[in-house]
Structures are given as C-alpha cells and as structure tokens.
Write a protein that binds this ligand. Structure first.
Ligand code: ADE
Length: 252
C-alpha cells in the first residue's frame, strides 16, 4: 500500500509514522508513506496556498491550484482514493477502515484554514472523512487516526493476526476483559475460570463478558448484531443474573 499525505505541516507526521506498528509496517515494506508539503506546488514565488473568500467574510480559503498540481504529480496507474479530512465528512468507523485497507493507494489532504475552495471537494477528492463531531485545528491529527487504523489492518502489520480479527467493532462486540500475571494483585483476583485451562469454558466466558460489556456500554452495537443461538442463551443468562442482583439489592 502507498499512502501520500499532503499537508502544510509535514513535521507533525514524523514521530507517528516511524513509531510502533506504523514504523514496523514501513520497515517491513507493507506500506510506503510519502509526506509532501503542498506549498511546494504553489504557483506563486512566495508559496501562497490560501486567499480571502469571494463574497467577503473572515478567514482564509485554500486555493485549488497547489492541491490539484500536487495530486496530479503523483505517479500514474490506478486512480487513488483522494481523501479530504474535514468535520463535514462522513463519520469514520471500523467498516470504513476495513474498506480503505483494501486499497493500493490512498491520498490524504490535510488543511488548516477556514475552508477549502469548493472545486477541491467537487473535482479532486473522492471521499470526505470526519473523525467525529468536534473541530480540530487541522486535518493532520485526523489523517493520522485514519492511517493508523488502516495500516494495522494490513496483513502482517500486527504480530498476531488474530488480534485484528477479534478487535472491538470487527466482531460487532466490545472486547472481553483481559488479565495477565499476577493472579492476585492488591487483593484483586483474576477470575478462576481463566486459570482453569478449560478452553471451551474460557471461550464461553469471554463471549459472555463481551456481551455484558456491549450491552452496558454500547447497546446500539448489540441491536445491529445478528445474534447466534449461543449469544441469545448468554444474554438470557445475563438478564437473569441482573434480575437476581436487583432483587437482592432491593431486599438489603
Ligand atoms: N479537521 C478538523 N476537524 C476535523 C475532524 N473532526 N475530522 C476530520 N478532519 C478535521
């Protein structure tokens, strides 16, 4: 996979793209990152990339020419997805991460100004993505979020492939609780079942805890899920247990 990033602040990406899983993915040549300052594609000798808005008003608007020139200078071949990071875009989620992870070439455009000239949205970009309903000072941090979630899905990027498959949101459920040594820490014990070595019981416990957590924290995810027979049984068990806990509380 090749990922091009067009930004006025290329230095923001250095640490993120060279650390941890992204750094290793790059070393293993699973991904090639190219970070480019699109000011280099300005037509003016002062490197101007923005201008005042037609019709007046405050703020500056990113001009179309530098970004069109930058994207059009990319090597030919299959047309890449050209992604504009902005709060007006579609809200990012794991299924979009999985879709983008299938692409050979992604291009991210990160702006820091009041707005983009509308012709960039209409004629240059293929996707507009927001990482949530809040406003950042620019698209760089948002692009890093998307890039991180896409690169970790590349085959071989994570040491242990099952870890991406079992992620929260990939399964449609939140993850079950994890424990490691010591078996007792400050009086808090690891659930006995995890120390039992009984794999089928452990799997069942994990599924039940995933359901418990999803029901409590993200009931919206649960209502979208097609429940298996076992899930229905475990949810009924949880209902019963919660009912019992409630009546015990009322008595005390
Ligand atoms: N740029 C500014 N805010 C943003 C957001 N929430 N998502 C993506 N890009 C942005």
């Amino acid at each position: 996979m090749r990922i091009d990033i067009f930004t006025l602040f290329p230095e923001m990406f250095a640490g993120v793209l060279s650390s941890s899983i992204l750094g290793k993915a790059r070393e293993k040549e699973l991904v090639d990152f190219q970070v480019t300052n699109f000011r280099d594609f300005s037509e003016s000798k002062h490197g101007t990339v923005d201008d005042t808005p037609y019709g007046g008003g405050g703020g500056m608007v990113l001009k179309p020419e530098p970004l069109f020139r930058a994207v059009e200078a990319l090597p030919g071949g299959k047309k890449p997805r050209v992604i504009l990071m902005c709060p007006q875009g579609v809200t990012y989620n794991q299924s979009l991460a999985e879709e983008l992870a299938q692409e050979e070439h992604l291009v991210f455009i990160c702006g820091h100004y009041e707005g983009y000239d509308e012709r960039i949205r209409e004629h240059l970009v293929t996707d507009e993505i927001s990482i949530g309903d809040y406003v950042l000072t620019g698209g760089e941090l948002a692009a890093m979020v998307v890039i991180d979630s896409v690169v970790r899905l590349q085959p071989g990027a994570l040491g242990n492939q099952t870890s991406a498959v079992e992620d929260s949101f990939s399964t449609g459920l939140l993850e079950y609780p994890h424990y490691t040594r010591p078996a007792e820490f400050r009086g808090w014990k690891v659930p006995d079942i995890l120390l039992s070595g009984h794999h089928a019981n452990i799997e069942r416990w994990r599924l039940k805890e995933s359901l418990r957590r999803t029901k409590a924290r993200r009931p919206d995810l649960l209502s979208k899920l097609e429940l298996t027979g076992e899930m229905k049984k475990l949810l009924a068990e949880l209902e019963r247990e919660q009912g019992q806990e409630k009546s015990a509380e009322e008595k005390s």
